[in-house]
Design a protein around this ligand. Structure first.
Ligand code: GDP
Ligand code: FO1
Ligand code: CA
Length: 327
């Protein structure tokens, strides 16, 4: 069984960790793994250069989460992290004092930058980093091209991370400009992973700056529209609000209401030119089920809060069941 996940950072990584737990239990390979093949296509639109190193937040969140090294409460970065280098850099008045590169995390950025400088494409760099973290999936960046999301505000453009982390998305966003995206192409393996999947999952990731960015890599949206795989999404909006983070501010910037119903319609049904066949909403949004079903969606309501890994495995099972897969 081939499953492909289109992931942002924390939401996508936690979902994938639960999906893997489910597959290890239901389709064991006898050696602690699973016979299923999971490919994760990661958003790289949040990436940035800082202090001369390349930082890839969503890729690293996936590596650390699936590699059992993540700072669990924070959701990103390393467990048992320290910030001596970051604090010392601040003494020079350099960098962004509001964006911390932890000491252990910095080793990842240094390793990545060294490999990029040797001429490796990002996809090969990720493969190399994954040899250490053994995430249990094939991890692919959406593209090998540099893409950076910028936020249009009344005062000009901000890098996405400056808007998100420094301003906590409180500066009204008028829209997003994704430098390099239109001229990018999918990383090796991305289109095949979508075309050759039995099911593609859109996890509860940010629909605008995570999944929306992946879908806007030329060719990826079309691959999703034409794959023989069935495509199922899990709503990142629960009870009319994002569970964590400020995805509501991203949705508002593109004129989409923060509701499970509106996000489903934003993605659209494949039969109507969109990218999904099925949509799992939270029980708090059960009122979205009837209208979506009337529009032809395969839709169900279930608890979707990813409290822990077993709960998340159950959410993944519900999502797969919606497209007829019961591993
Ligand atoms: P980021 O790159 O770290 O922002 O992470 P993602 O793009 O993968 O996911 C962020 C989204 O995950 C947010 O919009 C949240 O609403 C959603 N999310 C986080 N935790 C949960 C959860 O437990 N359940 C659901 N349904 N959504 C969640
Ligand atoms: N998020 C923060 O809220 N504050 C930080 O200082 C911060 C540093 C950071 C460093 C490396 C990295 O990979 C991620 C980091 N994040 C930080 C998380 C993060 O970039 C954002 O939450 C996501 O990109 C939003 O999608
Ligand atoms: Ca992100």
């Amino acid at each position: 069984m081939n499953i492909t996940v289109l992931s942002g950072g924390v939401g996508g990584a936690r979902f994938t960790r639960g999906l893997l737990a489910l597959l290890r239990e239901r389709l064991p390979d006898g050696a602690g793994g699973t016979t299923a093949h999971v490919t994760v296509v990661a958003n790289t639109g949040d990436d940035l250069w800082l202090h001369g190193v390349r930082v890839c937040p969503d890729l690293d969140t996936l590596l650390y989460t699936l590699g059992d090294a993540v700072h669990e409460e924070q959701g990103w970065g390393r467990r048992d992290e320290s910030r001596r280098v970051s604090d010392d850099l601040a003494a020079y008045g350099l960098g962004w004092e509001w964006f911390t590169l932890g000491d252990l995390d910095l080793a990842t950025h240094l390793a990545r930058t060294e490999l990029l400088r040797r001429g490796l494409p990002l996809s090969a760099v990720v493969e190399r980093l994954a040899q250490r973290w053994r995430p249990g999936v094939r991890l692919l960046p959406m593209t090998d091209h540099e893409v950076e999301t910028h936020v249009r505000t009344a005062d000009g453009l901000l890098h996405f991370e400056e808007w998100w982390v420094r301003h906590r998305a409180a500066v009204p966003a008028l829209g997003f400009e994704q430098v390099g995206l239109a001229g990018s192409s999918p990383a090796p393996g991305v289109l095949d992973a979508i075309a050759g999947a039995d099911v593609v999952v859109v996890p509860p990731s940010n629909p605008v700056v995570s999944v929306g960015t992946i879908l806007a890599v030329p060719g990826v949206g079309d691959a999703l529209r034409t794959t023989t795989a069935r495509v199922v999404g899990v709503s990142p909006v629960v009870g009319g609000a994002p569970v964590r983070g400020m995805a509501d501010a991203c949705l508002a910037a593109i004129g989409v209401e923060t509701s499970a119903l509106a996000v489903a319609r934003h993605y659209g049904r494949r039969a109507a030119g969109g990218v999904l066949d099925a949509w799992l909403v939270d029980t708090a949004d059960a009122d979205a089920v009837a209208p979506l079903r009337a529009e032809g969606w395969d839709v169900a309501a279930a608890g979707t809060l990813m409290h822990d890994v077993p709960t998340t495995a159950g959410i993944a099972a519900r999502a797969l069941a919606l497209v007829g897969l019961t591993p």
